[in-house]
Ligand binder design. Structure first.
Ligand SMILES: Nc1ncnc2c1ncn2[C@@H]1O[C@H](COP(=O)(O)OP(=O)(O)OP(=O)(O)O)[C@@H](O)[C@H]1O
Length: 317
């Protein structure tokens, strides 16, 4: 018997949770080499997803057919963040559903890279709630005058656009939120403004019907400008900002560069939906501050493979 006593106790608890049908899968975040035959013998018939940032461990794990391995970037982040990254990656790969319940086994005490510790914690994650909370937490960290409610509305709308597209086609768009006067002074219309002539109430993103209309407008060329109060101001706007000095990873084109640049030249936050991947990125001060994957985009495997290839080349953020 090579597994530590506490690991055995946690495996048993995980198995009981799965048996009671409270969870769909078990996710291991581990850096120590576990005896996987023994782990498996305690968790017969359970779906085991494993993630490891250490390449040597990951290679060994991949050799086993009874484990699903999720690769995450080898960044030294706290275990709770690593858990979120792994869950997001598993969802974006279509391995688990956004509404799934997952038992996560991990080491909850921060360890140094050279001293990996055994699993000591178990969390039961209700993914839907967890993903919601993640975005809200990240947004609260942003130092901005734009109300959280407005940002949340725009991000939810952007995520829906990234996920659903329109009439079967993927849609990309930039929302520029806040500092409207300055943003308008740095843009020019490339078409009629579809919001012109409508009252503030009829352009308010809090209204679901307005959000649905914006999904149509998002198909038109140019950026959509939203006030800090959540009222749409203009669409079909060309952002005329120099992208000089903007450093973006390879693979980003003019849309992302314009979003980064407007967020650098103004106090606005730019929310950019990528047409090719459906990914939503928030730019502030010229940099990506939040990254949201299109969690249940139909046929997600197709764009994701492209992104993976890019990231293997060091192209993605
Ligand atoms: N300065 C700008 N202002 C507003 N919209 C812009 C601007 N530059 C590009 N766009 C939009 O981006 C589109 C081109 O996107 P491009 O493929 O070059 O960018 P990208 O960053 O790779 O984004 P995606 O992932 O969506 O393809 C244009 O058709 C236009 O709608």
């Amino acid at each position: 018997m090579s597994l530590p006593k506490q690991t055995l106790a946690l495996l048993q608890a995980a198995r009981d949770i799965i048996k009671s049908q409270t969870a769909d899968a078990i996710l291991f975040l581990t850096e120590t080499s576990l005896d996987w035959d023994e782990v498996r013998s305690h968790l017969k018939n359970c779906r085991l997803i494993v993630t490891a940032v250490n390449e040597e461990t990951a290679t060994k794990l991949r050799a086993r057919e009874d484990l699903e391995v999720i690769d995450i970037d080898p960044e030294p982040v706290p275990s709770t963040e690593r858990m979120s990254l792994a869950l997001l990656k598993a969802v974006s790969l279509g391995r688990i559903q956004p509404g799934a319940h997952v038992v996560v086994l991990y080491n909850g005490i921060a360890t140094t890279e050279d001293r990996a510790e055994h699993i000591d914690s178990l969390s039961l994650i209700h993914l839907g709630e967890h993903l919601e909370r993640l975005t809200a937490q990240d947004l609260r960290k942003l130092d901005t005058q734009i109300p959280l409610e407005t940002l949340k509305l725009v991000i939810d709308l952007a995520s829906e656009i990234g996920r659903e597209g329109r009439e079967g086609k993927p849609v990309g768009v930039i929302f520029v939120v806040g500092d409207t006067r300055k943003v308008l002074s740095l843009s020019k219309p490339i078409n009629f403004n579809p919001f012109r002539g409508y009252s503030a109430e009829e352009r308010d993103l809090r209204d679901r019907r307005v959000r649905e209309q914006i999904k149509d407008i998002a198909q038109l060329d140019g950026a959509i400008i939203i006030g800090r109060d959540g009222v749409a101001v203009a669409a079909c706007m060309l952002l005329e900002v120099s992208t000089e000095g903007i450093v973006l990873n390879k693979g980003f084109g003019s849309r992302h560069a314009a979003a980064a640049a407007i967020s650098q030249k103004t106090h606005a936050i730019a929310v950019c939906v990528s047409q090719s991947s459906g990914t939503v990125r928030l730019f502030q001060n010229g940099e990506v501050v939040l990254h949201i994957e299109p969690l249940s985009r139909p046929h997600i495997w197709q764009p994701f493979r492209l992104e993976t290839q890019e990231s293997e080349d060091g192209a993605e953020d």
